[in-house]
Ligand binder design. Sequence first.
Ligand code: HGY
Ligand code: MN
Ligand code: MN
Length: 406
Amino acid sequence: MLTDSVEEGSLPNRFRALWDEIAPVGRDEGSGGYLRYALTEPELRLREWFRGQADRRGMPVTEDGNGNLFARWGEPTAGDAVLTGSHFDSVPHGGAYDGPLGIVSAFLAVDELRAAGVAPARPVVVGAFVEEEGARFGVPCLGSRLLAGEITVDRAAGLRDAGGVSFAEALGARPAGARPELLGGFAAFVELHVEQGRAMVDADAPVGVASAIWPHGRWRFEFTGEGNHAGTTRMADRRDPMLTYAFTVLAANKEARLRGAHATVGRVAVEPNATNAIPSKVTGWLDARAAEPQTLTGLVDAVRAKAAERARRDGTEVALTEESATPLVAFDGGLAERLAALLDAPVLPTGAGHDAGVLAAHLPTAMLFVRNPTGVSHAPAESASDADCAAGVTALARVLEELTCR
Ligand code: HGY
Ligand code: MN
Ligand code: MN
């Protein structure tokens, strides 16, 4: 059985030492946030760091042909490995912990098990999934969706970043797509992740277990009108898509509040994007989430209707395209309860999406949350104390021991 710190040097200090190896990678000095877009230089450096950590532990690394990495401890061909890990990529100027905490904690959990002399009866695999945030190619959990066959290879290969680079070009090959034989080799997946809210603070607990992920998705609104001169075009003669866009953002906020749901428009593109030109086109992306599927559907339908109504008034056009959708994820209830009892930890839902949310449809899956004192995420203020991160490592090690030795 594991005790708190089984090697020289406290676990919080060993966490900090490993954490400091990656903390500077991709950090923006101006904002203090991270620019770790999938398969760009900072994330590639973290992938090399991953390989180095695996090598130091004698864990051979394999790739699945979709950009996901797997480091394995145990019998190479056993078909009942327990997978853990998370992602390296970030949103623009995102926090330090969202993703990397799950990977660093996984390597440290392996160290804890080994130092305690635990000999797992089944392999432990540490995974690093590519493009979880969708910040570069627009589809979140791209790597895990490809592995699970939840996005076509054609669509994934053709996704392009702001510079026009396709995912296939960034990957260096056409993605392999579904790998059922690889996925079938895992008996369970446990993802440790920084909590992206204040529930653990309110629960006064360093570690929690996930019960569910809210259904959520991303919709692209394209508002088109008539580009024209800002100085010579009378107000009555304008067909200004910026008005329709602005009204739609306000409508999304109101409709979400009315439903106890969440709606965000955090990304916008304007053409031609000139101070003295009425836009010809405005594109906005809606991120909508709700605790129940029907609430989410109702929210998106209401925003679509309000946008169309306003477009008629503005003489503009509006087109709505669903870019990604994630159904309600109810994690394996038996597994969540078993881990909550093992760890004496609270069980809580989350509005944040994760690779665990994708894989939960394919194998028994659980998530562990580590307390985030600020409750802020997807921003530089995201935080976690070394002591709580160490508690997360200890919890993950206990869970891996439970799942590989019982
Ligand atoms: O957007 C999300 O919920 C996740 O952080 N990718
Ligand atoms: Mn994440
Ligand atoms: Mn995230």
